[in-house]
Design a binder for this molecule. Structure first.
Ligand code: ADP
Length: 469
C-alpha cells in the first residue's frame, strides 16, 4: 500500500515540536506493516540545504505561484518537496517572521502544500492509494482532493487542535476554495475560513494522538470551538498513541549522555548532568523539564509549586523557550542554587536532561499525546504528569492501587492546579526516600512499551478499513 504523508515539519530535517517527530517516525514504523509511506514537505531553505539530488516529478502553478514537486531522499526518508519559492524560500522560522508573528500568508503557504498533495495524487508516476494529512497545515488536503475529484481517501491526524488554521474570508479566492461551502455547515469558523475544519469535514477518517484526547476533543473545554463538528464525526474519530524512536531515545546507547541499561546506571548520567549544569551534588532527586514554555504546558504554574520541593532538597533543571512572561518567571527562579534554567532549543542537552533526571515534569493543561514523558519512561526518569490527554494514557500513577499491584510508572495529578503539583512532588519525595519502591518503579517504567509497534499496526488497520469499498 502506498501512502503519502503530508506535513509542515518532519524530523530530523525541520522541527518545532512533536508533530515533526511523528511525521519523521511514521514511515519507518509503517514499513514493517507493509506500507510504503512517502512524506510531502515544503522545500524550506533549512530542508533543501540538507538534500542532495532531486528530481522534478510535477511542475505547474499552486495558488497562482510557480511551483514544482521534487522527489528526494534524505535521512532515510522518501520525500516530495514542494518547491514554491514565493511561499517557502524565505528567511525566518517556518511559521513565524523575524518579528515573531505568523507569516501573513500562512494560509496560502500551507494551502499550496495541501494543493500539491492533491496534484501529486492525480499525476503520472508514484501515486498514493491514500493520503495522511497532519494538523491544520495539511487540513485542506482532503478538501482539494474532493474539489479535484480525486478518488483516494484521506486521513487527518490532529496533533494539537489549538491551531485552527484561520484565514479571513477575503482569502477564499486566493485559496481557490468553493465559496458555496463558506457556511457554518462548511469550512466557515465564526466568520473565518478554517483549514482545520475543512479537513475535519472532508477527511474520510480523523485520528488524534491518544484515546483520552480523542474523547476530550468532543467537549467544549478541550475542543477549542471544534467540538461540535467533531461530535458529528464521532464515529470516524479514533485515538492512536504516538510512539517514540527507540533507536534515538535509548538509554543504553544515547549519543549525548552516559549510557545505562538498569536503574543503577542512572547515577552516572545524573552526575554528568549536574556537572554540565553546575548544580551542586545532592542526595535529593533532580527534576527535569524539556518543553515549549507556554500556558498549555503549565510552566507558568510550576515555579510556585516548586517551593516545597526545593526547600526539602529537590533540584530542578529546565530546558525550554517560548512565552516571554513565563521565561522571565523562570529566569528569576534560576537564582536559587538548586535550579538550572537553559532558555533555548538544544537537542543534545534534551537527551542529557532526560537521561540524568530522576523525574520529568509535564504539568500540561492539555496534552494531545506528549513525547517527553515517554522518553522519561524509557530512561527510568519517572514522569510527574497532569491527568489529561496522552499523559493520562501513558503513565500509571503511584497511588495505593498502582503501587500495591506493582505497576506504577509515575505520578499523576489534577491538571491546571499549583496545589496538585505541589502534592504530587511531595509524594515523589516520599517514594524517592524508599529506595526499593523507587527502583521498582524505575524498572516498570523502563519496561513500559513506548515504541511504535502497536500504533503502526493500528494505523495500518485503519488504512485497510478505508481501502475496503
Ligand atoms: P509539543 O509538540 O506540544 O511541543 P511534545 O511533547 O509532543 O510537545 O513534543 C515536544 C518535542 O520537542 C520533544 O521531542 C521534546 O524533546 C522537544 N523539545 C521541546 N522543547 C525543546 C527544547 N527547548 N530543546 C530541545 N528539544 C525540545
Amino acid at each position: 500500500m502506498k501512502v503519502l504523508s503530508v506535513a509542515s515539519e518532519c524530523a530530523p530535517l525541520v522541527k518545532t515540536g512533536g508533530l515533526a517527530d511523528v511525521a519523521g517516525a511514521l514511515p519507518g514504523a509503517l514499513k514493517s506493516c507493509g506500507v510504503e509511506m512517502r512524506t510531502m514537505l515544503p522545500a524550506y531553505p533549512a530542508v533543501t540545504r540538507q538534500i542532495g539530488d532531486t528530481r522534478v516529478v510535477w511542475e505547474g502553478r499552486l495558488l497562482g505561484r510557480d511551483a514544482a514537486i521534487r522527489e528526494a531522499r534524505a535521512a532515510g526518508l522518501d520525500l516530495f518537496l514542494v518547491d514554491c519559492p514565493d511561499f517557502f524560500d524565505r528567511h525566518g522560522a517556518i511559521y513565524l517572521d523575524a518579528g515573531g508573528a505568523d507569516w501573513s500568508d500562512n494560509a496560502e503557504r500551507f494551502g499550496a502544500l495541501s494543493l500539491a498533495a492533491a496534484r501529486l495524487a492525480q499525476a503520472e508516476g508514484w501515486r498514493p492509494d491514500l493520503l495522511h494529512a497532519h494538523d491544520w497545515q495539511a487540513g485542506l488536503v482532503a478538501t482539494y482532493l474532493r474539489q479535484t475529484g480525486a478518488a483516494q481517501p484521506c486521513v487527518l491526524t490532529i496533533h494539537n487542535i489549538a491551531f485552527g488554521g484561520l484565514a479571513p474570508a477575503a482569502k477564499l479566492a486566493a485559496l481557490e476554495l468553493d465559496p458555496g461551502r463558506f457556511t457554518p455547515d462548511g469550512f466557515e469558523f465564526y466568520g473565518k475560513i478554517s483549514a482545520l475544519k475543512a479537513g475535519l469535514l472532508d477527511a474520510r477518517a480523523i485520528t488524534t494522538v491518544s484515546p483520552t484526547y480523542a474523547a476530550e476533543l468532543m467537549t467544549p473545554a478541550f475542543g477549542m470551538g471544534f467540538d461540535g463538528v467533531l461530535a458529528t464525526r464521532a464515529g470516524d474519530l479514533t485515538g492512536i498513541l504516538n510512539g517514540i524512536d527507540t533507536g534515538v531515545w535509548d538509554p543504553s546507547s544515547d549519543a549525548h549522555a552516559p549510557s545505562f541499561d538498569d536503574p543503577e546506571g542512572k547515577a552516572a548520567a545524573r552526575d554528568d548532568l549536574r556537572g554540565a549544569l553546575g548544580l551542586p551534588d545532592a542526595d535529593g532527586p533532580l527534576a527535569v523539564i524539556v518543553s515549549r514554555m507556554t500556558a498549555q504546558k503549565g510552566l507558568d504554574l510550576l515555579p510556585d509549586a516548586l517551593d516545597e520541593w526545593l526547600a526539602t532538597g529537590g533540584q530542578v533543571a529546565l530546558l525550554g523557550s517560548g512565552d516571554p512572561g513565563i521565561e522571565a518567571r523562570w529566569r528569576a527562579l534560576s537564582a536559587h542554587p538548586g535550579v538550572s534554567v537553559t532558555l533555548g532549543y538544544d537537542e543534545p542537552l534534551s537527551h542529557r536532561l532526560i537521561a540524568g533526571g530522576d523525574v520529568i515534569l509535564v504539568p500540561s493543561r492539555f496534552e494531545p499525546c506528549g513525547l517527553t514523558q515517554l522518553y522519561g519512561l524509557r530512561y527510568g526518569t519517572l514522569p510527574v504528569v497532569a491527568r489529561t490527554g496522552g499523559l493520562a494514557d501513558t503513565v500509571i500513577d503511584a497511588n495505593e492501587a498502582g503501587r500495591r499491584a506493582g505497576v506504577a510508572t509515575g505520578f499523576v495529578h489534577a491538571p491546571g492546579r499549583t496545589d496538585a503539583i505541589r502534592l504530587a512532588l511531595r509524594q515523589v519525595m516520599n517514594v524517592f526516600g524508599d529506595a526499593p519502591s523507587w527502583r521498582a518503579m524505575m524498572e516498570n517504567a523502563m519496561r513500559h512499551p513506548v515504541g511504535w509497534d502497536a500504533s503502526a499496526a493500528a494505523y495500518r488497520a485503519l488504512y485497510d478499513r478505508l481501502q475496503t469499498p
